[in-house]
Design a protein around this ligand. Sequence first.
Ligand code: E4P
Length: 218
Amino acid sequence: MQFFIDTANVDEIREAWDMGIISGVTTNPSLIAKEGKDYMKTLKEITDIVDGPISGEVKASTTTAEGMIAEGREIAKIHKNMVVKIPMTTEGLKAVKVLTAEGIHTNVTLVFSASQALLAARAGATYVSPFLGRLDDISTDGITLIEDIMQIFEMYPDITTQVICASIRHPMHIVECAKTGADIATVPYKVLMQMTKHPLTDIGIARFKKDYESVFGK
Ligand code: E4P
């Protein structure tokens, strides 16, 4: 399973990229708004840091296929690595079909059921993003959704759509997603940092330092 970072914060993206742990980036309107910077410029800045797929979403206020197609073409023009993120609606599916035919990569977002994922795949989406954390939030098992999608996609070799596990809330989500064989998890910076930690690692480093210094000095 590969990791994308789920943020529009360029400092976090640079830090994760420099650690060699991420292969791409996902953003969404909420994440871009949080940074309070120009939308297209922020996406361009991200392409200067990361050499991998970068999802930029069509505007939250755009609801027609025509509007999404026009915006998708503009997002794709930013850089060859740009992926157009499109909401899982009937208009969104039409936009995916057109953009895919033009060779533009798409990521269908806000997927909450296996049937939605299957439709997105059939429309030609490069990626689908099922949101497990938001399902867990309403007492529905998010991991079961990922398992169902993986099981279905594996049964149909003509489906090439990759699954991005999204709305990740903690490191155990990552472990559970990896066990399903999912292609990618898009992970907030905070969770990536939590994944690096183990109390026995910290204790081990302190003990090695103490033992070394007791013989060789500082
Ligand atoms: C996915 O691409 C979304 O940006 C993201 O994972 C949503 O996560 P949230 O439910 O924590 O907002």
